[in-house]
Design a protein around this ligand. Sequence first.
Ligand SMILES: Cc1cc2nc3c(=O)[nH]c(=O)nc-3n(C[C@H](O)[C@H](O)[C@H](O)COP(=O)(O)O)c2cc1C
Length: 245
Amino acid sequence: MRITAFNGSPKAERGNTNVMVEAFLAGAREAGAEIENVFLSRKKIGPCKACNACWMKTPGRCAQRDDMDELLEKFAASDVVVFATPVYVDNVTGLMKNFMDRLIPIADAHWEKDENGECRHVRRHDKPAKIAVISNCGFPQQSHFQVLRLLFRRLSRNIHAEVIAEIYREAGALLSAPAPDLQSLVSNYREVLRKAGREVVEHSRLSAATAAELERPLLPSGNFVDEYMKLVNQRCDDILKKLDA
Ligand SMILES: Cc1cc2nc3c(=O)[nH]c(=O)nc-3n(C[C@H](O)[C@H](O)[C@H](O)COP(=O)(O)O)c2cc1C
């Protein structure tokens, strides 16, 4: 099984998203998958020009020659594609959206109806049959992933793939925070991510237990949101005061 992660964080290797992706892919590799971690910020990807060449003039091939040539090949050769992105303004990052727009050559120009009677494009490739989503956001609540949850369900319908795992981490800054008392909590979380990677390879889905573990708050406190907000606001004040001085 081939699993390719496409990471839309501008911070690439240094990002909180990558903390999650690396652990997930490590688990997938342990279970026997061939894995690759692609950083979109390292690639040259122009915006879609809506010229329709990939549907009409040269079906399946974009008119632009840039790194999407290589990425489309990887995309259509993967059994599972991982869309990895931080939340930016309640959505995916611009890097990820640009990549998503440029996936259009994987679809045939013709339309069909899905099982619910909703229109979509006919598929051109058998792969990827499955997608996983990995994201983190700054705010400390799962509600900030509402748009992504819907977006990737819509995308999977469009590309005829099944969403087999959604992994969303709120308060993502904690993943790279240097505080020593956090290290063991983050390393426990990484272990759950590894387990998720293994399960996706072995069972093509996440178990209910692992999905629940992945959504457990990193810091077990009844008052976490208020405490975290206070801490962040204090930190903002400290930084602003220092810059003022
Ligand atoms: C331009 C920008 C917009 C952001 N918008 C949101 C947002 O709408 N909601 C949220 O919870 N966090 C938001 N964040 C915070 C990021 O999701 C958070 O810092 C995340 O950990 C970044 O992941 P990365 O380190 O992988 O890039 C935003 C950050 C930036 C730079």
